[in-house]
Design a protein around this ligand. Sequence first.
Ligand SMILES: [Zn+2]
Length: 228
Amino acid sequence: MSKNKFCVFCGEKPKNKNKEHVIPKWLIKMTGDPNRDILVGLNQDGTIKKFSINQFTLPACETCNTDFAKLEAETKPIMERILIGEKINSSEMSLILDWFDKVRIGLWLMYFVHDKNKANVLPKFHIKKRIGQYDRMLHIARSNSDEQRINFLGVQNFSFQMTPSAFGLIINNCSFINTSFEGLTSRRMGFPFFKKKYFVYKNDQFIFRVDLNQEGLQRVLTPIITTK
Ligand SMILES: [Zn+2]
C-alpha cells in the first residue's frame, strides 16, 4: 500500500475519503489564531517546519472520521475545564486518555507521512487499534502563563518514530506528558502483570512474548510509577 493511502483510524484504504485534522480545529482555535501556521519542529537543514491548518491532516474513511468526531466533541469541554484548573472525574479522565492516544498516534502517523519516514518503519497499527490498549499515564503541570500556544514535544525524534509510546503536548498554560505502555502501572496497582517480556525468533521473525502473573499483588504500591 502506498504510504499515504491509509485511513489514519483503521489503516485500510479510505472509504469515501475525507480528511482528519490530527490536531483538531477546536484546539487550534483554543490556542490562537485559527488561520495561523502551526510550527511542528525543524527541517533537516535546521529551518523551522510549518504547516497550515489544512495541511495538518491525514486521510480517513468518512465513517471512521464520524465515529471519532464524538470523542473530539466530548473532549473539548473537559480540556477547557482542565485548563482553568477544575477537577474532572474518572470517566472524564478515561475519555481524555483515549483522546491522548488518538493524538499521539495521529502525530506519529503524521510525521511518518510528512517527515519522509526517517525511521523507515511501516506502521502495523493505526489509531483505532491503540485506543485504550495499554496502561496509560497523563502528567499535567499548570503554569500562570496567559500565553496562547500549542507545542508538541518529543514527536520528531527517532525513538518516538520507532515506538510512539510517550509524548508531550503544551496547550496554553498546561503541559501534558502522556505515556502508554504495556505494564506501565499494572504491577504496582495490584493488577495482573508481566513477570517477563521477551522476544522469540521464529520463521525469520522476532515475536514478542510475555509471561503473566495472573494474581497480581492485590495491593497498591506507591509511588505507582518508579524510575527503576
Ligand atoms: Zn477507516
